[in-house]
Design a binder for this molecule. Sequence first.
Ligand code: URA
Length: 431
Amino acid sequence: MSEPFAAVEVISAKRDKQELSDAHIDWIIDAYTRGVVADEQMSALLMAILLNGMNSREISRWTDAMINSGERMSWSILTRPTVDKHSTGGVGDKITLPLAPLVAACGGAVPQLSGRGLGHTGGTLDKLESIPGWRASLSNDEMLKVLQDVGAVICAAGAGLAPADKKLYALRDVTATVQAIPLIASSIMSKKIAEGTSALVLDVKTGSGAFMSDPDDARELARTMVELGKRAGVTTRALVTAMDVPLGLTAGNALEVRESVEVLAGGGPADIVELTLILAREMLDAAKIKPLMDPADALKNGAAMDHWRRMISAQGGDPDGKLPVAKERQEFLAPTSGVVTRMDAMSVGLGAWRLGAGRAVQGEKLQLGAGIEIHAKPGEHIQAGTPLYTLHTDESARFERALDVLQTSFTIGSESDPIHRLPLILDRIEG
Ligand code: URA
């Protein structure tokens, strides 16, 4: 088949700061997915986009072209409105685990396609795989059945969903082009729109442990994604939330599942409970659902826990199964007494990664019990010689490299020192 364009025409247009036409965009995404445009050509285009940007028409067309590269799911058979949440990811961000069953308990249908962790941030599927027997891969029919029976399903996106994004994301990862707002927004939104949800709440993280460390960049990413959702007919809202400090008191797969179960049992750390409830209310409102009960009550009265247990069982998991525990532990003791005034999310994330909780390359096997428990967060008192962190790993040789990064991950000061911590919610953006 003869091609309507040559890749160099499209690359040079963006290199020269011109707008890409709809025809250029449709063709390059399709031709790259078919293997006609080579990786080196797409790499050059991605770098030109990173440097010169895209306007809202180009971003919208690029997103549509990625959606059209694969299938579009439909949940029209369901009697409940569908609503999903997507987080741009961070350290200790296990919110999806309690949130999906909680929203199901309140009357929503949550079709959550999730990913795996790469680098210092964890992935929801990796966390859930620490539950014995739990399966991430479901067919579309199986996914529908769990949604119908339970109201929430968390699983891997099939190969047919936005295949252009799968290729592009892998290429961006190795060409230093992940960090472009048009590319992040189109990547996330193409998958969420193709997933077929009718409402979507985005949790855009900002701070040292997030993709977008600058809050203004996070706001721009949030606005771009909300606009894409609106154009596609998906009611989309975004919250810009803090990721300067780890969320909750654990980072690492099985450790985070344990903490999520505590939240579902009506306990758990205050920041996790607060963010889970804020997102649940936002999801129910965005989907125009009259809640069957208040989300805070659903955490206290066992309804969310009941939905969690059913969701895990429906995917082959044993909700009472023993979670993996790392073979080795080491405590990191506070060097002085005082108030924790700073705790850097990125350093804690790197520490957990070096202990074996995260992967360095796609497909690497994880140590599911590895990670870090945090014993005092910014604003809390600590005594010299008592544990600030507990480190978990299967290989004691990993402690040293984790300790290197953790030594400078916190500051302990006096009562009168300012606490360095972003507010949990920085902004809310609605289409
Ligand atoms: N998550 C995605 O799915 N895509 C990106 O580009 C960044 C985060």
